[in-house]
Design a protein around this ligand. Structure first.
Ligand code: DAH
Length: 340
């Protein structure tokens, strides 16, 4: 009885395994006959109904069949896999002559690009970079720069106030004080970085960038300052640009001047960039106010200095003829990839 049953199971298992048309069918056949609760396992459980002396022999036969079926399973599995792979390769044949997907190359953003260029130019005159915190003490951002609490310059620089005594720095000038406090003189430093003012329209962004320059030596004149700015602005834009200094006021410099250059876009003829004046404003400068040196613990009778501050976005807009300051923060790759 049991032997007959075994034979039947073996025959149908052999048939189903060898004729399986897919890996899935094959696996189902394996579970059905060879699995833990498959037909062969169930049959083994029935072995108890056989006379004791027949059981070992029967067990052996079951195991032999099981091994054979397992071997058959492995062979069938391999050949099905080969067939399926061959079919897949045929369906997914690759045309190696087709062009691949375009790889998007990165490019340097114009803001750091301009910073790097300015730093490179002024490094040739012996300047090196210093940085300072973005959340700045009122003392460094204002007071030490000769801007006392009730000074109108505080309103002009629409300040973001933080906890008492702290502001988001409105200018990179505080790095002057921080450097003067801890470094040996003479020195020539540049301080590029982010600044913040609560102001936002086509030409103003609440977060923008400046680069500050400071030179302190025993004897410094307005002529030294002008020579430095002439060199730097001409190297940055083009040797043909003209530069003019307009008398101005900054609390931290005396005398102070604003710096304009002839519009590099229209070469001074008049265009949208320069609002038809032929000139564009690029920064401020002056001889360091003795009060500022004193605030940093330096004797103004012994040392003198000049300083300048330029807007990075402004320099970028003018150099590259960018029509809207917001393009610099829009993150559009169409715009940015021009600056490779
Ligand atoms: N800190 C000034 C501003 O944000 C720019 C400036 C003007 C910096 C004159 C200077 C300077 O160092 O001498 O408007």
């Amino acid at each position: 009885m049991l032997e007959q049953k075994l034979k039947l199971i073996y025959d149908s298992a052999q048939k189903q395994i060898s004729e399986a048309s897919s890996s899935k069918n094959l696996y189902e056949a394996k579970v059905k006959y060879l699995g833990k609760s498959g037909e062969l396992s169930l049959l083994m459980k029935e072995m108890g109904s056989l006379p004791k002396e027949e059981r070992p022999e029967f067990g052996k036969v079951v195991n032999k069949f099981k091994k054979e079926l397992e071997a058959l399973y492995s062979r069938t599995e391999q050949s099905l896999k080969d067939q399926e792979l061959a079919k897949q390769l045929e369906q997914e044949s690759l045309d190696l002559t087709l062009p691949g997907p375009e790889i998007a190359n990165g490019s340097v953003h114009p803001t750091p690009l301009v910073i790097d260029e300015i730093v490179d130019i002024l490094a040739r005159l012996g300047y090196s970079v210093r940085t300072g915190p973005l959340i700045e003490k009122d003392w460094y951002n204002f007071e030490a720069l000769n801007i006392p609490p009730d000074h109108p310059a505080r309103d002009e620089q629409d300040t973001f106030y933080m906890k008492p005594g702290y502001v988001l720095r409105t200018q990179t000038s505080p790095v002057q004080i921080r450097t003067l406090e801890k470094e040996k003189l003479p020195l020539r430093i540049l301080s590029p970085g982010s600044v913040f003012r609560c102001d936002s329209d086509i030409s103003h962004s609440p977060n923008f960038h400046q680069i500050e320059g400071l030179l302190v030596e025993k004897k410094v004149s307005m002529a030294d300052l002008k020579g430095t700015i002439y060199f730097f602005v001409k190297e940055f834009f083009d040797k043909s640009v003209k530069i003019r200094f307009r008398p101005s006021f900054f609390p931290f410099t005396e005398p102070s001047a604003e710096v304009d250059c002839s519009c590099p876009i229209c070469k001074g003829k008049g265009c949208r960039m320069c609002k038809n004046t032929g000139w564009v404003e690029i920064g401020g400068c002056g001889l360091v106010n003795p009060k500022v040196l004193k605030a940093a613990g330096i004797d103004p009778n012994e040392w003198q200095g000049f300083a300048f501050g330029f807007g990075i976005e402004r320099m970028a807009i003018i150099k590259y003829g960018i029509s809207d300051i917001r393009l610099l923060s829009d993150n559009s790759s169409f715009f940015l990839k021009q600056f490779t």
